[in-house]
Design a protein around this ligand. Structure first.
Ligand code: CA
Length: 243
């Protein structure tokens, strides 16, 4: 899954330029043109990084950053501030509002992309590393290979992407709609129930040995990767009641 960058900037020409450069470097891009739109979009889309312009109409970038930090669902999203102001005092204000880093306009696309990658590496080391692992599962992203307890696990492409997404966020519960967006993409129309079909296939492929099921079904909510052996499954719902 390509990292999702939310660009917040009211100058449409700059948005176009940023989108072009980011997409060319393998990122997905969503854009908001003012602060209020940015806040709604950030909690709906859960971008991996927010590129936030300081000078915005109505709600300033600083205020947007503070509010992103106050909302539980956006609190952990890294924020890179963009600004024409280059003074030290402004930089400190930006960082005080909760920004992770700061880029002064004019900047080169190469510099900006290097900063984005650095912020991503700090916030999500699992996304930039080549191997994901959880309990007795390992996924080698470069070799496209999954192993459980030393056994090779053979997955179809959808199950592979589904497992990769769960491995990138162990323990977090995803609704069927969130999994559809993350694994199938925003533009594809697929029935939410399709997710259940692929979760079933994924379980079947993973659970060929004596090890416990690592995919937890959360009633009326969705699915999460959980290790029942780690003693953290207190609110677990038996899967038979749900599916
Ligand atoms: Ca602006």
């Amino acid at each position: 899954m390509k990292p999702l960058i939310q660009v917040v900037e009211d100058e449409t020409a700059l948005v176009t330029l940023l989108r072009y450069n980011l997409e060319r470097e393998g990122f997905r891009v969503v854009a908001a043109y003012d602060g209020e739109e940015a806040l709604v979009m950030a909690s709906e889309e859960r971008p991996d990084v927010v590129l936030l312009d300081w000078m915005l109409p109505l709600t300033s970038g600083l205020e947007v950053c503070r509010r992103l930090r106050r909302q539980p669902e956006t609190r952990d999203i890294p924020v890179l501030m963009l600004t024409a102001r280059g003074e030290e005092a402004d930089k400190i204000r930006g960082l005080d509002s909760g920004a992770d880093d700061y880029v002064t306009k004019p900047f080169s696309p190469a510099e900006l992309i290097a900063r984005i990658r650095a912020v991503l590496r700090r916030s999500q080391p699992q996304i930039t590393s080549e191997t994901l692992s959880f309990a007795d599962l390992t996924m080698d992203l470069a070799a496209h290979r999954v192993r459980r307890n030393g056994r090779d696990v053979h997955l179809g492409p959808t199950e592979f992407r589904l497992l990769r997404h769960l491995l990138q966020h162990p323990g977090r519960v995803f609704s069927r709609e969130q999994l559809l967006d993350a694994v199938w993409g925003h533009d594809v129309y697929v029935e939410p129930r399709t997710v259940d079909v692929h979760i079933r296939r994924l379980r079947k492929a993973l659970n060929t040995g004596p090890e416990p099921d690592l995919i937890r079904t959360v009633r009326a909510a969705g699915y999460a990767l959980d290790d029942p052996g780690a003693g953290d499954g207190g609110d677990e719902v038996p899967t038979e009641l749900v599916s």
